[in-house]
Each structure stands twice: as C-alpha cells, then as structure tokens.
Design a protein around this ligand. Structure first.
Ligand SMILES: O=C(O)[C@H](O)[C@@H](O)[C@H](O)[C@H](O)COP(=O)(O)O
Ligand code: SF4
Length: 606
C-alpha cells in the first residue's frame, strides 16, 4: 500500500527542500563507492600496520581484495548499563564473520555518556556535544579505510545519533546497527518516580530512595522507560538499520546472540563484493526519515529527537524541520503507552507485539513508506514480524500478530490511544519550541500563568525547598541553550514540578534547555529558539509576565505588548560557572560553534 497522500506530500516537500544538499551528498557517496575495495588504495606499509595483529590467513586475505573486511565501531563502557554487554560483542562478531568467510576488526571505540549518571550534574553539560564528538570519533576509526562494511554497537541517547552521523558521513559503506537490548523489568518506573517525590518532600530518607532507584536500574541492558535510548532502538528498526525484531531482545540471551551473529553476516553480505551492495547513504532517503518521525509519534518518543533526527538526516543531505515533525504529529495516531506515556515498560511493549506489530498496524493504513531499502533488503513489510529463536539456534521470524497481546500497551491503528502523536512545534512571540503532550493530561494542554524566572535548575529546586513556589506559575528556566551551557536535560525539575502539579497547582515549564525522554507529565515548552544566550525573546521575559502555552493551537507567547517587549534589554546571566570544571573548559569551542536547536544543535551542520 502506498503511503497516505498527506504523508507523501510532506515527504515530497522534504525531497524538494533537500536537493541542494542531498544531490551533492549522493554524488560524493557514489564516487567513493565506485572506488571499489577501499583498502586496495593503501600502501604496503599502511596495510601491514592495519593487519599486524591478524592471523597469517587473515593477512593473506586482507592483502587481496576479494575477502570483505568488517569495521566494528564500539561504544562499550561500564558506565551505561545499556552498553556494558558490548564488552563481549567483538569476539562474537569476529567468530560470525569468520564463519561467513569474512574478517572483522574493531575500527575504533567512541565515548558514551550515561545521561542517568550525569542527570542534574555538571557532566550533563557535555552530553549534547558528545553526540557530534562520537560522530567524529567514529570517523577516526573508519578513516583507516580498511573496511568494506560496518557494524555500529550503540544504544543510548547521544550514541546512536552520533554513530548515525558517522554512518551517513561514511555513506559509501553499508552500516548495520547492533543493539544490546533492554534490562529486564525491575521496580516499575511509576513506583520509582513516586519514591522520588516522597524523598523530595522529606517523607522518605536517602536509603529508601537509593533502594528504589537500585531496584529500578538493576542490571545490564537499556533502562526500561521509553526515553531517548529506547526511542533510538525504535528508530533504527523502523528506518531499517537494525535487523527485523532486533530492538527489544534482552541481553545475555541466546536470541540476542543469534541476532548479533545474523547482523554480522548480513553486514558482510551487503558489501560491494557481493550482489546486494547497500551503501548506507543511498539506502536511507527522505522516506526512511519520515518513517522515523512516524515511529516517534506513534510511540510517544523522546523530544530529543526533534534535534537528533534533524542532525542525523542532515548528515545524509536531508533537511528535516520542526514543521515537518509537527505536521506529521497531526496525522499519526499514538499507538503505544510506555512510561512516561503509560505504566508499561519496553519489555511489556515487546511482549504486547513490539515493533513488528506497530509497523504492521501503521503499514495497514499507509502511515509508513513501505517502498524503502533496509539492511535486510527491499521493503519495510519484512519488519512486520515477530522474532524467536529457531530450533537450530538461529533467528526465526513469523508474521507479526494481528492483535495486540496487551491492548492497554499497544492499541490498534483503528482505535488509537490518541488521534495524534503529541509531539508538537509551538510558535509565538517567544520564537519556536517543542512540546510532548502524549504524557500530559488533556486539561493541561493550555496553560496561562505568571512567569517565575530562573537561570539555573538548582535555583528552582532551592525555591521549592524554601516553599517559594506557591500558586499557579510558568517556570521560565533560561540560559540553558546550546551556546550557554551545552543545553543540558533539566529532568530533575520533573519531580519538583510534578509534586506541585499533584498538589493541584497549575504549573508549566518554558526553557531553552532540554528535558529527558523520560520526562512527561508536566506541560513543558522546551528547546526554545532563539536561546537566551543569543538574546532571544525568552531573555526579555520579566518576573510576573503572563505566559500562555497552548499545545492545542501550537502557540507559545508572553502576553506583553510587542513594543514593550522589544524595548526591554535582554537579561544577561553569569555563565562563568559553566565554563570550567568536569571538562567543560575543553568544550568552549563547541559552545561557540554550535548551531540552533531547530537545526539539530550541531557543531557539524548549521
Ligand atoms: O533522554 C533520556 O531518555 C534521558 O536522558 C535518559 O537517558 C536519562 O538517563 C534519564 O535521566 C534517566 O531517567 P532518570 O534520571 O529519571 O533516572
Ligand atoms: S537509558 Fe539513559 S540512564 Fe539508562 S543506560 Fe542509557 S543513558 Fe544511561
């Protein structure tokens, strides 16, 4: 079935807008791909260094140009529960490559930050910049130019987007993303949040809080809420960079290893040496990107992808805008209720039918482009499947269920949880912003209240502790944009604002900063552009001004006369404490060079 005409029209608009970037990009990819086996341009010295540690037979193979060599980019470390399983992947991949008649080498490693460890800490101010740094680091590994195909080992927030930017930059090579899978379910996410609120109100002590947190985050794998990391898995599957069904299989299971072996063999099968050559930069096109946005809306995915997906697309010469995202939100229904958009976690989502059921439902109504290329071949219908371990220990796929196994977690496309995706763009005299309302109760979709202004999230937390946050208000937390301090997530505010909201106060947040993909129940206009550091209108708001946030009509305004607003000198903030400590002194060039949030907040593309 062809895509819904409204979706096709938005895709056509993106194609037209992208031409000035996409056509030269494709020329570069095709020229690079036409050069054949890339290591053949290396001199003997280059090659000898490149295969010095290989076995004699591998050296002979790599000396020639008939055996495919697979470059592994790994983001293993012990800080991210989601990335710790990657420690053993290179050995598994080398073995699978050998079985397939190929060779695999770790081309390089990339840094990976756990936003959970740095949440509310100075390190979070490096987080957004780490995305582009990861892309650059992956490029360093791939620049050895020894490879005919690539596999990327990454899961979390900035890592998959950074790896995707690298994969698009090296778009002449095939790219298969290999995930590690979700942590098994622990303490439910809503119970974790309840204990947090009790702690913030002084009703439980640190021991109780640490016990709850540790029962929630308890082992290897991705945290089980539907935040940016799990939104990444959804995107890699619906855009065709994972093998079908790979996203949400738990680590340390036979099926997980079978999927890793299969992905390795698939990456070696789609090189220019075979007859299914699938260079990543040509595999992905505007339809794949639109499919990613559709998946984001249908699942209530992370707001961070209003920047990361924009940057990932731009790396392939595709120009995606907030307007595209917002208009697709009006078309795509919400089919999944996964925390913070519900009580279920990603394990429950997978058990209810998971990605295969979701894709099947969306395809049924033409809400996805089916005619796309993927690492698995032509057509997205190959992803409308349920994956299991076959009798011989290999991956076995069956058609996706036609009914949800849990209608409270996965709805049908004919009877969705909400008729729209709930990830909207807001515009008004404060500029542009983004809001996710899939986790916000309908009665809170329009907020009008006086502004309380903060230049740091710790100021708001202190005001809460001192009992100064009474009545209805819109918290304006500014100087949190990319140029100010690296645009940190302000997820710690969710607990405080959630308490006040639960007490019956009408509260909302307006910020040029970010929120975690795990944030949700408090109406928040985030990524406000232009940012305060750039003198944007958010810097002209004064204490007590009335702010109106309307997610229904897509507006964000301060109710002040236009001449009065223009006559105000923009506020200034002392950002000296953001320039040193925890490595921030090394990122001054990033703060100086970074572009606007609506263009992906990148130091690579503007
Ligand atoms: O965008 C995201 O999904 C978040 O960055 C997430 O990866 C982060 O780790 C949260 O902070 C975890 O939630 P808690 O801080 O509530 O544990
Ligand atoms: S989901 Fe977030 S908290 Fe969990 S491992 Fe990934 S980055 Fe860390």
């Amino acid at each position: 079935m062809s895509a819904d005409s409204r979706i096709a029209a938005i895709t056509a608009r993106i194609v037209e807008r992208s031409k000035p970037h996409r056509e030269p990009y494709l020329d570069r990819v095709r020229n690079a791909a036409a050069k054949g086996v890339h290591r053949s341009v290396l001199g003997c010295g280059n090659l000898a260094h490149g295969f010095a540690v290989c076995s004699p037979s591998e050296k002979v193979a790599l000396s020639g140009d008939t055996v495919p060599n697979l470059g592994i980019i790994t983001s293993y470390n012990d800080m991210l529960s989601a990335h710790q399983p990657f420690e053993t992947y290179p050995a598994l991949i080398r073995q699978a490559a050998h079985e397939a008649g190929g060779i695999a080498q770790v081309a390089g490693g990339v840094p990976a930050m756990c936003d959970g460890v740095t949440q509310g800490q100075p390190g979070m101010e490096l987080s957004l910049f780490s995305r582009d740094l990861i892309a650059m680091a992956a490029g360093i590994g791939l620049s050895h130019n020894m490879f005919d195909s690539t596999v990327y080992l990454g899961v979390c927030d900035k890592i998959v987007p950074g790896l995707m930017i690298a994969a698009m930059t090296f778009g002449h090579l095939p790219a298969v993303f290999i995930p590690a899978g979700p942590m098994t379910s622990g303490l439910p996410n809503d119970e974790k949040s309840r204990v947090r609120q009790l702690f913030a109100e002084g009703k439980v002590g640190r021991d109780e809080l640490l016990e709850a947190e540790s029962k929630s985050y308890h082992g290897p794998g991705t945290c089980t809420f539907y935040g940016t990391a799990n939104s990444n898995q959804m995107l890699m599957e619906i855009m065709g960079f994972h093998l079908p069904g790979a996203s949400f299989i738990n680590p340390g299971t036979p099926l997980r290893d079978a999927l890793t072996r299969e992905a390795t063999k698939r990456a070696l099968a789609i090189t220019a040496l075979g007859n299914e050559f699938t260079p990543a930069g040509e595999m992905i096109d505007e339809r794949s990107i639109v499919n990613g946005v559709v998946g984001l809306h249908a699942t209530g995915g992370s707001t961070n992808h209003t920047m990361h997906l924009v940057a990932m697309a731009r790396a392939a010469g595709i120009v995606l805008t907030w307007q595209d995202i917002s208009e697709l939100s009006d078309i795509i229904p919400l089919l999944a209720r996964v925390y913070p958009n519900g009580l279920a976690d990603v394990n429950h989502f997978h058990a209810a039918g998971g990605m295969g059921y979701l894709i099947a439902q969306l395809l049924k109504k033409g809400l996805l482009h089916d005619d796309v290329r993927t690492v698995f071949g032509q057509g997205l219908d190959a992803y409308a499947i349920d994956v299991k371990l076959g009798a011989n220990g290999a991956v076995h796929r069956e058609p996706a269920p036609t009914q949800s196994h849990d209608p409270k977690v996965l709805a049908t496309v004919d009877h969705p949880f909400q008729p729209t995706g709930g990830l909207k763009m807001l515009t008004g005299n404060l500029g542009k912003a983004v809001i996710k309302i899939s986790a916000v109760k309908p009665e809170r979709h329009v907020i009008e209240a006086p502004a309380k202004i903060f230049h740091d999230q710790s100021e708001l937390q202190a005001a809460f502790k001192e009992g100064r946050l009474e009545g209805d208000f819109v918290a304006v937390v500014r100087f949190q944009g990319p140029k100010a301090n690296g645009m940190p997530e302000l997820h710690k505010l969710t607990t405080v604002l959630g308490i006040l909201q639960d007490r019956g106060q009408t509260v909302a947040l307006v910020t040029d900063g970010r929120m975690s993909g795990a944030s949700g129940k408090v109406p928040s206009a985030i990524h406000v552009t232009p940012e305060a550091k750039e003198g944007g209108p958010i810097a002209r708001i004064r204490e007590g001004d009335i702010i109106r946030l309307d997610a229904i009509h897509g507006t964000i305004d301060v109710l002040v006369d236009a001449c009065e607003l223009a006559s105000r000198a923009p506020a200034e903030a002392d950002l000296s404490h953001n320039e040193f400590g925890m490595g921030r002194e090394m990122f001054a060039p990033f703060r100086a060079a970074v572009g606007a949030a609506e263009h992906g907040a990148s130091v690579i593309f503007h």
